[in-house]
Design a binder for this molecule. Structure first.
Ligand code: SME
Length: 176
């Protein structure tokens, strides 16, 4: 009998479709967060699930991660667990794609970041982006999920649907 490991959650089958992968990510997140409400632990594993999942589905993500509302200054977001290259630490609520998602509480699906007024280029190679707000059980903003892609139109409504489900689950499973 082969032994199972936590890292197995980051393994996806060859040629997995994007929808299957996203279904897996949502289910794996719930399984991993079962009995664990620490947001650092849960968001860290979630960033890994998304990084490996999207790469397995052949979407060229270059950043999968989170910003949370800064506990020292609620007018800004601060860098939280992620996978990818070093990123901006602080983003004003209202600025850039992350700040727009945080101020409107609406998902920002950006097919071409060069056409998004005020986009913050943490990495000049990013071409498209999706940012989903995360609310706690009381409906208060606690952070955002941010995915960046090296190609134009890297994300669509299918991503939006599953990532919104994921963020709902994140908001409810973590203690903020
Ligand atoms: N591009 C984002 C900044 C965060 S990085 O992409 C990781 C924005 O415009 O808010």
């Amino acid at each position: 009998m082969s032994e199972t490991h936590h890292a197995d959650y980051s393994n996806y089958s060859e040629n997995i479709s994007k929808e299957e992968m996203l279904t897996n990510v949502v289910e794996s997140y719930s399984a991993l967060a079962y009995g664990i409400d620490n947001w650092v632990a849960n968001l860290s594993n979630c960033a890994s699930l998304l990084w490996h999942g999207y790469h397995s589905a052949k979407v060229k993500v270059n950043w999968t991660g989170f910003y949370v509302v800064d506990p020292k200054d609620s007018t800004q977001l601060i860098l939280a667990p992620f996978q990818g290259k070093v990123a901006c630490q602080q983003i004003k609520i209202g600025s850039g794609v992350c700040g727009a998602a945080a101020s409107t509480l609406k998902t920002q699906l950006v097919p071409n970041v060069n056409k998004f007024p005020g986009h913050i280029a943490c990495d000049g190679e990013t071409q498209s982006e999706i940012v989903v707000p995360i609310l706690d059980k009381a409906g208060k903003l606690v952070g955002v999920l941010d995915l960046d892609c090296l190609t134009l139109e890297g994300f669509d409504e299918l991503d939006q649907k599953y990532l919104e489900d994921l963020c709902k689950s994140i908001g409810e499973t973590c203690s903020w």
